[in-house]
Design a protein around this ligand. Structure first.
Ligand SMILES: Cc1ncc(COP(=O)(O)O)c(C=O)c1O
Length: 421
């Protein structure tokens, strides 16, 4: 009991705002003391405690026709929400009708960007089963992002079970045409309603879903990239490897400048050597004949400056399994890339991410010169096309693969299975 009192006293001291600095110094010491006693166990995220409040049919939203879907504009009927406090841990997860949040303008998320998020998709296969693609990787990345910005830790496996239930609740929102999906956006924010840079004593996790169409409606649209070293997205010791909101706002002006100069996206470079890191919000791959004459697929290494993409990892694993060329994760520079383009050794170049799977590159602008990239199939290279086809066939369950996780079985299949059993 004593420890409860001590811990509560610590929190109220921190919240009083009277001496935020003193509180920051005092709080860890008080917690340390409290740990010596029987500290009450904080609640974990617990799927078994999930509460669901369904939308009443009269307030269900009208669905946008699949052909008119624009990324991130429409949202499904429900959302998942759970709160955390340093006193109690995680609240019961709650699925409820999609709606606005009500937060104090003093919440730390609004001032110091204590926010991180994920991006994943749910797919409906041709039998009507609902699938997720490697969702465990998104959970592990969200756990790491939260940890990096001092948001509370959570059990990603339990959160994933709650997300699966949210997707099942809104499965009617997953368009059943091939190429369409439900984009799922888990988000964590700090909700302590006080100013002062420090760990937040309160946080909120919420998950919203948005039906999305195929990234390329009429086949690949290769992109042009601006590689201007004056823009730096991330640096060693920074947070480039985490999916924190603070990484994205500073990328908007460079993106606008790239657009004004006639390019689709930024190719992010780093250092005096102009190391090639990633592109826009995608990882970046080059298939070339390297200086040793080997065919090699190369991408920047996970050195902390790039996001460890789920698509990136999938591409690396698939290409390693195919074992048809060398697959390398190692640093490479614009100088090497430009030399390879000039020597006619570049086979194809593409970006990779959840939104598009792969995005062929047709052109890179660097130090005043535009370098054309080959597109063997007209709008994409052969490897780009093959990777898009392979990954989509896994996502839509056309080939059985452990990466595609069925979270809801459609009725006829369920019946067949019941018969078989
Ligand atoms: C900066 C950045 N790099 C790469 C990616 C690709 O990651 P993923 O394949 O997990 O979508 C993303 C998208 O999340 C991103 O924002």
């Amino acid at each position: 009991m004593l420890s409860v009192g001590v811990q509560r006293a610590g929190v109220s001291l921190a919240r009083s705002g009277v001496a935020a600095c003193a509180a920051r110094v005092a709080l860890p010491a008080i917690r340390q003391m409290a740990r010596g006693y029987a500290t009450p166990k904080l609640q974990e995220v617990d799927f078994s405690k999930l509460e669901i409040q369904h939308c009443v049919p009269s307030v269900k939203k009208t669905k946008t026709p699949a052909k008119d879907l624009v990324f991130g504009r429409t949202f499904s009927d429900h959302m998942l929400e759970l709160d955390w406090t340093s006193e109690d841990g995680w609240s019961h997860p709650h699925i409820h009708p999609f709606g606005n949040l009500s937060l104090s303008p003093s919440c730390t998320v609004f001032h110091y960007a204590l926010e991180c998020f994920e991006g994943m998709k749910a797919y409906k296969d041709k039998n009507g089963n609902v699938r997720l693609f490697r969702p465990d990787m998104n959970m592990r990345r969200l756990e790491r992002s939260c940890e990096r910005i001092a948001l509370p830790s959570f059990n990603g496996d339990q959160l994933l079970e709650c997300i699966k239930e949210l997707v099942r609740t809104d499965k009617d929102w997953i368009p059943d045409q091939h190429g369409f999906s439900l984009y799922v956006r888990p988000t964590a924010i700090a909700t302590q309603p006080t100013l002062g840079v420090g760990p937040s004593a309160a946080a909120k996790m919420f998950v919203i879903c948005s039906p999305v169409g195929p990234y390329y409606k009429t086949g690949f649209a290769p992109v042009s990239l601006l590689a201007d070293p004056k823009f730096v997205r991330a640096w060693p010791g920074g947070v480039g490897q985490y999916k924190v909101g603070g990484n994205y706002a500073p990328g908007i002006n460079p993106q606008t400048e790239a657009a004004n100069r006639g390019y689709n996206q930024n190719l992010w470079l780093f250092g005096n050597e102009h190391f090639v890191t990633e592109v826009g919000t995608m990882n970046f791959f080059v298939l070339w004949k390297n200086e040793r004459g080997e065919k090699e697929l190369i991408t920047a290494p996970l050195d902390g400056t790039i996001l460890p993409g789920v698509t990136r990892d999938s591409i690396l694993q698939l290409c390693r399994e195919w074992n048809e060329f060398t697959v390398s994760e190692r640093p490479f520079t614009m100088k090497e890339l430009v030399k390879a383009i000039k020597d006619d050794r570049v086979v194809e170049v593409f970006g990779a991410g959840t939104a598009c799977i792969v995005s062929p590159v047709k052109n890179i602008g660097y130090e005043g010169t535009d370098y054309a990239i080959p597109l063997a199939l007209g709008n994409a290279g052969e490897l780009t096309q093959r990777l898009a086809d392979t990954i989509m066939s896994i996502q839509y369950g056309e080939v059985e693969h452990p990466w595609s996780v069925v979270i809801d079985r459609a009725e006829p299949n369920a019946q067949k299975m019941a018969h078989a059993a």
